[in-house]
Design a protein around this ligand. Structure first.
Ligand SMILES: Nc1ncnc2c1ncn2[C@@H]1O[C@H](COP(=O)(O)OP(=O)(O)OP(=O)(O)O)[C@@H](O)[C@H]1O
Length: 232
């Protein structure tokens, strides 16, 4: 039977203090199942990115809890917390977040460097992953010399390098033209299907959301409703 990879219980996130206080999430209880694809959709300001940041352990909730593979994350120390995040999650962002001073290979292998993997092993695994994404010949290029689609493929390679359980993609095609965006979508859904990677996508793009098995529709810091099924 499927088990949740992530569960949230009564998740509240409040930004600011006193008069400027704003409740961006108002008590979210949900599950993300192992190996499913989920889109988080809703109007601007509805809380999508805030929810993603909490699920990805990039930020802490004001109230409520997050359980990752059965483990209550609030009980982890800071070091365990970042180690778990580095080992379990891969990230693909609209803005790429590649270091322009570094080569593609250095960018892609950064999560391994953080995990303390030797340089030889980093380079071996980096090249293997770049080959899978048809990017091996760009390994020595500086990240700035890549096209948008190539940058996003480098980001997907970086997201994959630690063999993650979950990939978080925040508007992954937002900076790409339609054709390039579709190639990137195909890569992400192919990885999801072949490697059983859980895919959590935050997007305004209805076509992209429709390709996910489930959609969480957010409004004013709450999940308004859920939709299931992939639109053909
Ligand atoms: N650091 C912050 N300080 C104060 N308010 C914040 C902060 N981050 C987000 N907010 C507010 O929380 C609400 C939810 O923001 P969030 O970025 O999660 O929305 P979103 O649905 O992802 O929006 P978009 O689609 O525009 O990216 C918004 O009203 C936003 O202004």
């Amino acid at each position: 039977m499927a088990s949740p990879v992530l569960e949230t219980h009564g998740l509240v996130k409040t930004y600011g203090h006193a008069e400027s206080e704003f409740q961006a999430l108002k008590g979210i209880t949900t599950q993300i199942w192992n190996a499913e694809s989920v889109a988080v959709v809703g109007k601007s300001g509805s809380g999508k990115s805030t929810l993603m940041h909490l699920l990805a352990l990039l930020d802490a909730p004001t109230q409520g809890s997050i359980v990752l593979s059965g483990q209550m994350t609030s009980q982890l120390g800071a070091r365990e917390f970042s180690q778990l995040r580095n080992e379990t999650f891969g990230f693909v962002f609209q803005q790429f977040f590649l270091n322009p001073q570094q080569t593609v290979l250095e960018n892609v292998t950064l999560p391994l460097k953080i995990a303390g993997v030797s340089k030889a092993e980093r380079n071996r695994r980096g090249m293997e992953t770049l080959e899978q994404l048809d990017m091996a010949e760009k390994a020595k290029n500086k990240a700035t010399t890549l096209s948008g689609g190539q940058k996003q493929r480098a980001c997907i390679a970086r997201a994959l390098i630690n063999d993650p359980t979950v990939i978080f993609a925040d508007e992954p095609t937002g900076n790409l033209d339609t054709a390039t965006g579709e190639i990137v979508e195909d890569i992400l859904f192919d990885l999801h299907a072949r490697r059983m990677i859980t895919l959590i996508v935050v997007t305004h793009d209805e076509d992209l959301a429709a390709k996910c098995q489930r959609r969480l529709i957010m409004q004013d810091g709450q999940i308004l409703r859920e939709e299931r099924g992939v639109t053909p």
